[in-house]
Design a protein around this ligand. Sequence first.
Ligand code: UD1
Length: 444
Amino acid sequence: MLQIQITGGNRLNGCIRLSGAKNSLLPIMTATLMVHGTVCLHDVPKLSDLTQMLHILADLGCTVNIQGDTVKIDVNELNTHIINRQAAPKIRGSIFVMGALLSRLGKVELPFPGGCAIGSRPIDIHLTLLRQIGVKCHCQHNCIIATYQPRHHHKPVILTLDFPSVGATENIIQATALGIDGNIYIVHGVAKEPEVVDLCNFLNQCGARIQGAGTDTLIIKSVSQLHGTTYTPIPDRINTGSYLIAVAVTGGDVTLTNVIPTHQINLINKLKAIGAKITTTNDTIRIIVNHRLSHHFNVHTAPYPGFPTDLQSQFCVLAALTKGRSTITENLFENRFRYVAELSKLGTKITLNRNQALIKGVSTLSATPTSILCPCSYRIPTTQKCLGTTLIAQDLRGGVALVIAALAAQGTTTIINADYIYRGHQDIVKDLRQLGANIVAIDQ
Ligand code: UD1
């Protein structure tokens, strides 16, 4: 198990560059299965979720070549429609393989997808849409088994999502963009997240004909073949947001490069409203915070362009250190407040009422020795036992929130189960060290 140890209190100063978005790259990697030829992806971070996805692709017959942050995927021949039973349950993104393999091979056998345990994460919207285009599927031995024989449609096929699910939108795009030339699918109520737009841009660059990305309705004209391409995904807006919140919490002056400020408008407006100074160019964001932020706030998570659920836990740390009483309401995933109990070990005052956190701002957080509370199975070495507070990461974004809290806390905090954090934020220790944080990674 990996750990991260932080001695808090340092302001963050300097400049860091963001890399490609995990949530764009997962569906883009599966969409390469629809292509005849080679896809070259740039700016690919070394994340365990992406590595798992590349294992799944290689297992299906793709040739994968990694050089630095460039990944080449050759997809001329596929050996099988059966997804690796070990890798698929480890990542949520494995669900996207379904749409891609149905349009390429007309069949798929997929173990139920995994991912962070932030809620029940049903896949009913995915399956309803796929059934509406003619996919036949059933579940057997913890696997989804599906077959698809596309037929020619004289009129556009109209589909509507009950809720703008990101994953279901990405799956139906992949199931329909490759198919019988001339078929048209009009999909209403789709997700508008930048990662959905990125997937459409990638597929269009491979020869697909998808219009309306970033709006409520997609018009997908199927094409019978897609060709290879070279593509750079959008930078990770969630990691960008996490760093902006970290500076808001610790104070400092940080410039983030290779970012898309328009993807952060909701967050930037909230940070400005509570006292942060933020300036942007086309691809940079500079944040300056010289004092404790002083306005309480109320935040509700919502599909894009609303406040992202993936930044909820990080923002809660900011609320915990901001004067006054704030509320954060989580509207997407029911288990997203598990980090709250961990934060309380540093002295936060947060109470939970169903899907809402009621937060009373405190002036300081403090890491006092609590390692005695740790289950012995985590085997904290004796040398670290008296160092300060030990917190347990329970999912990716909640784990990042613990890191941000530890940056602000007096004393030393050890975060165990840090593997969760590395699923989506491999460079977090290196980046924060570069900005002046006292932080180290420990490999147990
Ligand atoms: C994606 C992101 C995740 C982010 C989330 C919301 C990836 C790999 N993950 O997850 O980081 O937090 O979007 O921005 O891109 N739902 C159903 N039935 C379905 C599908 C979804 O009820 O068939 C519900 C979910 O339980 C949840 C809501 O819809 O309450 C949003 O889920 P969705 O947008 O699908 O999120 P993911 O694609 O899983």
